[in-house]
Design a protein around this ligand. Structure first.
Ligand code: ATP
Ligand code: MG
Length: 394
């Protein structure tokens, strides 16, 4: 039996005049995601996208696994193509295609959608006939129109008639590339990969920035970040990662600045450097994984000091989330196991014993002046290491 995938678009159908642009982007992203699996025909009509495999070797489970990670999709389902676009063909295909589900279920209902108005039967008739046929094949079943275990959907569309069972939940959000470009400050921790994923979900194309302080931080710590970005890239598409050599700056902070302000000054310098990279790489915002109150550098006063170092919007999508909520997402996007691997991050290398939780900008700026960081920032910017993250290499 020939199977295809039917996809329902999300919020993008609400976007009025931009709708065309959003839809085109979604189709482009889908084509890109599915390309490694073989040839497909992908087309959109009446807010449904059909993905039709053209090669026999294509495994629909693999296709679903890719589709599940494309932002802009609310639900998707596998569907059987009826051999003919006739009611008889629908009645034959439905009980056969969904036999396993129908055998397991106790209650069901049939919904019919007829977007091809030339089809000689109306939706209620199609539903009634199909329901009757299913009942005759599976006499244990009962029809429940309010709360059925299984909804069988018949879709009569322009090119063919389709039968589909359960719709699965898609990644939601809006298509990558419709939300502009932003740079994610990524550590090897739990939070920043989740923050990256959350902004990608809002259509943002990502560039990654990582600060490394060898020999205090190891090559393996950096590889861990690459691995995390690979996971995020399954959703966000390919991206470039810039690794900033941060050792000299961190050593200078330690030498010249008050210990209680180490973290906040480090964070400000990260912002300054990141802003420069972001502007250079056509990004118009920064993203961090900060969550209010999680650690000393994430109080309102500390965030105010960090914010003042950057002259572009800083997005903190986790700001109001609890750790457990962040962990739940990291499981879902499969970054958890990598994030908890125990390699040193540059933040943990020079952690002050008693960080100041209520710094004032005046004091922090005065302390930062003493470090005379300007030249070091330029040197760091001239020595960025570039790594390309391709989601297809796994
Ligand atoms: P994470 O789990 O993302 O490491 P965290 O809870 O450990 O976050 P901090 O270490 O205070 O929090 O870092 C706050 C944010 O600063 C991170 O979410 C990240 O965006 C950024 N950041 C921290 N360390 C680095 C680094 N080495 N390179 C790039 N960005 C970093
Ligand atoms: Mg961290």
């Amino acid at each position: 039996m020939k199977e295809i995938i039917l996809i329902k678009m999300g919020e993008i159908v609400l976007k009025g005049l931009n709708r065309r642009q959003f839809e085109d982007r979604l189709l482009k992203n889908l084509r890109g995601a599915l390309k490694p699996l073989g040839e497909f025909t992908i087309k959109s009509a009446q807010s449904t996208i059909s993905v039709i495999p053209q090669d026999d070797f294509i495994d629909l489970d693999d296709v679903c696994e890719k589709v599940r990670k494309v932002f802009g999709i609310v639900t998707y389902s596998r569907a059987a193509v009826c051999p003919e676009k006739t009611l008889e063909s629908v009645l034959e295909t439905a009980p056969e295609y969904l036999a396993d589900e129908l055998r397991r279920a106790k209650t069901f209902k049939v919904e019919a959608r007829r977007s091809d108005k030339k089809f000689p039967f109306k939706s209620p008739e199609i539903a009634r006939e199909t329901g009757g046929k299913i009942l005759s094949c599976f006499p244990h079943l009962k029809v429940d129109v309010h709360n059925p275990e299984l909804v069988v959907t018949v879709e009569i569309r322009e090119y063919a008639a389709y039968i589909r069972g359960k719709a699965l939940r898609g990644a939601g959000g809006i298509p990558i590339g419709t939300g502009g470009n932003a740079a994610i400050l990524i550590s090897g921790g739990l939070d920043s990969p989740v923050a990256a994923w959350m902004m990608a979900k809002r259509g943002v194309r990502l560039t990654a920035i990582h600060f490394a302080s060898p020999p205090y931080t190891s090559e393996r710590a950096e590889q861990k970040v690459v691995k995390l970005l690979h996971k995020v890239a399954q959703y966000s598409g390919n991206m470039t990662m810039y690794t900033v050599p941060f050792t000299e700056i961190q050593e200078t902070i330690r030498k010249k600045c008050p210990e209680e302000l180490f973290t906040i000054i480090m964070r400000r310098l990260m912002m300054k450097i990141s802003e420069r990279i972001a502007r250079d790489k056509n990004c118009s915002a920064l993203i961090t994984g900060e969550s209010l109150g999680q650690v000393a550098s994430q109080t309102i006063a500390a965030i105010a000091c960090t914010d003042a170092a950057a002259n572009m919007p800083v997005f903190r999508p986790l700001i109001g989330m609890d750790k457990q909520e962040i962990v739940d997402i990291s499981y879902m996007i499969d970054t958890y196991d990598t994030s908890i691997e125990p390699y040193e991050d540059c933040c943990t290398v020079f952690t002050p014993r008693h960080p100041r939780t209520k710094p004032t900008l005046r004091i922090v700026e005065a302390a930062e002046e003493k470090g005379e960081f300007d030249e070091m920032i330029e040197t760091a910017l001239q020595n960025l290491k570039v790594t390309y993250i391709d989601p297809r290499e796994d």
